[in-house]
Design a protein around this ligand. Sequence first.
Ligand code: JHZ
Length: 409
Amino acid sequence: MSRELKCRSCGEPALRPFLSLGNTPLADALVLPERVDEPEGRFPLDVAFCTGCSLVQILEEVPPEQLFVDNYLYFSSFSDELLRHSREHALGLIDQRELGPESLVVELASNDGYLLRNFADKGIAVAGVDPAPDQAEAAEAAGIPTIKEFFGPELARRMRADLGPADVIIANNVMAHVPDLNGFVEGMSLLIADDGLITVENPYVRELIRHCEFDTIYHEHFCYFSCTAVDALVRRHGLFLNHVEFFPDLHGGTLRWHIGPREDVSDVAAQYLDQERRDGLDTFEYFAAFAERVDRIRAGLVDQLRQLRGDGATIAAYGAAAKGSTLLNYMGIGTDLVDFVVDRNVHKQGRLMPGVHIPVRDTSALLEEQPDYVLMLAWNFKDEILSQQAEYRRRGGKFIVPIPNPEIL
Ligand code: JHZ
């Protein structure tokens, strides 16, 4: 349902829309072939900037149960690169925070236990929180205790009473997923120990705009964060944005915000806030021309695919990613242009991409069929995928990378 035009963070009626991606199906709701004739839900995908606190957000609010319980097929463990990044994060925290058996590490959106297992392996107490049933079950099977609920103040109080305060709370790629943003941050403030550390990772809205990553916009992602917006959000709940790290290659450019109950702002964090002000990320103008750029990419890519197809080329795609669903649906790319999509995630194979109904197959289909071109929908894992697909390329296959500008490799 469309909500009243009030900011999800500061509550001001100060939202200025700057991009519409039309009516799209839910990006992770891949369709079972036997249910292809049933109507699929489509929801408006409009993006706005808050002139009150700078938070970028979509206007639509699909109920979280529909997004993350009924239709969620994302398992974190299918990317080696993400597993490596997560392991480094965990080992760094164990070292810097001197975590041991008496410590408690909580992860919000712990998925299949891909991150917490690094702490558990060292005998550190962990608690995962994730309402996605299949992912939580996979985590439990791997020995990671998981609370199958959405996180908020009520659960935070219960966890504190049952487990004690958390020394570390990790929230990776989840803050964008939360419609009640203030409840989520309040929950973290209630659960964290007085000297504890909260780390939050999320793609950086500056990179989204710079590299035209419009396809990372979908209904699961209610918000798109800058440091300015995060700073305002956490301060409202007695927390401080103390430090910032940048990972340019993760999910198109990810920030890790270090947040704590004590104010101890590093030079780096202060510089990020300052740079955002100088670049105008706190103004609508920064976002105003984005829609035109997105439309240019759409026109360029669709023309290119039509031309290749017209010349008799066969085309597949790599990555039944949520972002792939946005791109295909926004651009209207269906089986007329792309024959099939491949993905390592066994839960997605055998299904059809939402809306456009392109079938999803195992990655081995690339060598079996040797299509002339493969559209790289999971462009954020470009290097990992290119190295896995060395044989397909050796045999003459080519990749088309759509973002930031269509490019053939
Ligand atoms: P990937 C998800 O978005 C959903 P998606 C979510 N909403 C979110 O916030 C972001 O992640 C961060 C496959 N793959 O991770 C796996 C291979 O087949 O970019 C995935 O299906 N082979 C939680 O779905 C897809 O590609 C590989 O070698 O856009 C990538 O999806 C690799 C590396 C991935 O996220």
